[in-house]
Design a protein around this ligand. Structure first.
Ligand code: FEO
Ligand code: CA
Ligand code: CA
Ligand code: CA
Length: 637
């Protein structure tokens, strides 16, 4: 039978013979070398490079899987198939349980969310908020404390009495404001598994009205002054908290992403300031806050939007501490903040700006981190850089200074996107999370997708909101990129503070079932069994495995056929092998993760499920953090 089979060509093999691949271009070679430079492909041509290697696709795939089998020991789980249902799936020998759900009380005198009425105004700042995102676990004495983001709200389920959840009063707005921001909560593992420790002195909600300090180079400048805060140093609230980070001195970094959507104008004649356009601040807001809360009405408070879009530092060990907005890390749609200490002790923070054609940044402190020393200025005094990638696999961090940008210092930190455009940074395919490998000197950024990459409109190539053209380049190699890729860089001199780096692509996501032998099939470490689209959340565990979470198209149709619901996969930096570990309920994105102190539990965020989850039929769809364990309670990260 086997012999007979080799006499037949599959439809695809036949098609390849009828339609020989186009000639390999110089650009293909650039992409190929970007994919294979660091050698994980073992000299095998990258399938994902534009037109290369079509005729030998079958050989390439089998060689890759043989190589992957050699590396089997890195993965302690049996990879799982895609799912299309409304629950979470994990591999055989693993289990999961909810830890914290939207609307779940943090204090014992507060009831759980009432499906018919939602959470009352009085209780809305005493429960776990909606749409869980980035998280970090802190070990504080004997306690384990998780700080975790609540990115946004679905108004319909938070204001169930209002049509489409549209706020009708200041109280309605306040409920929505309270259900977003950050939760700090103590957690403990008992007979029922992991639970929130009710009434713990660490438990705290930070929301859209929590008092904060503004520090760093933009603090106190005219651009940040408002009628309520003539000093430009004291603001209220943190917004659209997406990814996260953690400092070595035990603080949490929450990252303000799509802050623009909270602001609007009640005055139709109000002319929006010119700087709004680059950040997408418009007259119409997402939740109509401006109708009931003048702070969000830009016709009355035009500087208020300048006071968000930052990295905010929170001390999870003190529920009375005041969060600090660190303007030195720039103002843009911050995804996460990946902190690493450079060779000489300076603090390096990698930062992505998640918008089509925006940039990848790095902050380097002036001072050095000394354990137990003063850390109060480490995120205030330093230099902000933006990445420029060459097609030859090298790159450079360009400093944003008054000399390099022609802008004043405060302007650089408030209009950071404009500053980065001035120095010629590389437009990227939406930088999401950056993850730094704890066992090798390298970092990774998930470039989730960019439907506008090199797409023509009205005879012109699409640009970012600042007019920077988004042509293809080796690091963003695909026109109309729907699948995304993960770029990895190696700092020169093995030093994250160095101004130069080398880079390659760890993976180009794609669909090898739908696309044969072109760039949209993905790189050679993508196959029918592990494919996904739109990498987003990303963290390393302590062993150096890369955990990749997706936030993509989960129709399981067309371009995305065979990719199922969103998922979490593990990647091995050494071999490039990627395997699927977890699948999410339909509609949900997998985002945010951390590990228990003993590394026997992996906490994972499930954001915005479509159908009832995790409580079953007839219940609400609740954004939920789950605790994943091995049945034998062995180490998991
Ligand atoms: Fe909130 Fe870019 O994800
Ligand atoms: Ca994200
Ligand atoms: Ca995303
Ligand atoms: Ca999201």
């Amino acid at each position: 039978m086997t012999d007979n089979k080799t006499n037949y060509l599959s439809w695809d093999e036949w098609d390849e013979l009828q339609n020989p691949p186009p000639a390999v271009t110089d650009f293909d070679r650039v992409v190929e070398s970007a994919l294979s430079r660091r050698g994980f492909l073992g000299g095998i041509l990258a399938v994902g490079s534009a037109a290369a290697a079509m005729g030998t696709l079958g050989n390439l795939m089998s060689s890759t899987s043989a190589q992957a089998q050699d590396a089997a020991s890195r993965f302690s789980f049996k990879p799982i198939a895609i799912s299309t249902d409304n629950t979470v799936h994990v591999p055989e020998g693993y289990n999961w349980k909810p830890l914290a759900k939207w609307g779940q009380p943090l204090f014992s005198n507060v009831p759980d969310v009432d499906p018919a009425n939602g959470v009352s105004l009085e209780n809305s700042d005493k429960v776990f908020g909606e749409n869980t995102d980035g998280m970090e676990l802190f070990i504080i004495g004997e306690h384990q404390v998780i700080a975790i983001n609540h990115e946004y709200v679905n108004p319909e389920i938070n204001l169930p009495h209002n049509e489409k959840g549209t706020p009708k009063s200041a109280d309605d707005v306040k409920i929505l404001q309270n259900m977003q921001g950050v939760t700090v909560m103590e957690v403990a593992e008992g007979d029922n598994g992991w639970e929130i420790v009710l009434d713990s002195p660490f438990n705290r909600r930070i929301h859209h009205n929590t008092p904060m300090k503004i520090s760093g180079p933009a603090a106190g400048t005219d651009l940040l002054k408002t009628e309520a805060d003539p000093n430009g140093t004291d603001c209220l609230g943190t917004f659209n908290n997406c990814g996260a980070g953690k400092t070595p001195w035990g603080t949490y970094l929450t990252c303000e992403e799509n802050f623009n959507g909270y602001f609007g104008s009640t005055d139709e004649a109000f002319a929006l300031p010119a700087d709004y356009k680059r950040y997408g601040i418009a007259a119409k807001s997402q939740y109509s806050y401006e109708k009931f809360d003048a702070r969000f009405d830009v016709s009355k408070n035009p500087n208020e939007p300048h006071r968000t879009g930052y990295i905010v530092e929170i001390d999870p060990s003190d529920a009375a501490s005041t969060p600090i907005k660190r303007t030195a890390l720039g103002r843009f749609k911050h995804e996460n903040a990946a902190v690493v200490i450079a060779r000489d002790g300076r603090v390096v923070v990698y930062l992505g700006d998640d918008e089509r054609g925006e940039f990848l940044y790095k902050y380097v402190s002036n001072g050095i981190y000394v354990p137990g020393g003063d850390t109060s200025k480490l995120l205030d005094e330093g230099t902000l850089f933006v990445a420029k990638f060459t097609d030859e696999g090298t790159g450079e961090w360009l400093a944003l200074t008054p000399e390099s940008t022609g802008m004043k210092a405060d302007e650089i930190y408030v209009f950071t996107r404009q500053a980065a455009s001035k120095v010629g940074a590389t437009t990227m395919d939406r930088p999401e999370w950056v993850a730094v490998n704890p066992v090798a000197i390298e970092a990774y950024c998930a470039l989730t997708n960019n439907s506008n990459r090199a797409v023509m409109k009205d005879g012109k190539m699409r640009t970012n909101a600042g007019g920077d053209v988004m042509d293809v380049s080796a690091v963003n190699p695909r026109v109309g990129n729907e699948y995304g890729q993960i770029v990895r860089w190696y700092p020169e001199n093995d030093d994250h503070a160095d101004a130069k780096f080398k880079w390659d692509l760890f993976v180009m996501a794609g669909n090898p079932d739908v696309h044969k032998g072109d760039a949209y099939a993905g790189s050679s470490n993508i196959n029918s069994g592990n494919m996904f689209n739109s990498p987003d959340g990303m963290m390393f565990d302590s062993t150096g495995l890369l955990w990749i979470q997706t936030d993509g198209e989960d129709s399981n149709e067309g371009e995305f056929l065979g990719q199922g619901n969103n998922q979490m996969l593990a990647g091995d930096p050494a071999t490039g092998r990627i395997e699927r570990f977890l699948t999410a309920p339909k509609g949900a994105e997998v985002t945010g993760q951390t590990w228990s102190a003993d590394k026997r539990t992996h906490f994972v965020g499930i954001q915005h499920p479509d159908a009832p989850f995790p409580d079953g039929e007839g219940k609400l769809p609740r954004s939920t953090v789950i605790a994943v364990k091995r049945d034998d309670n062995a180490l998991i990260g």
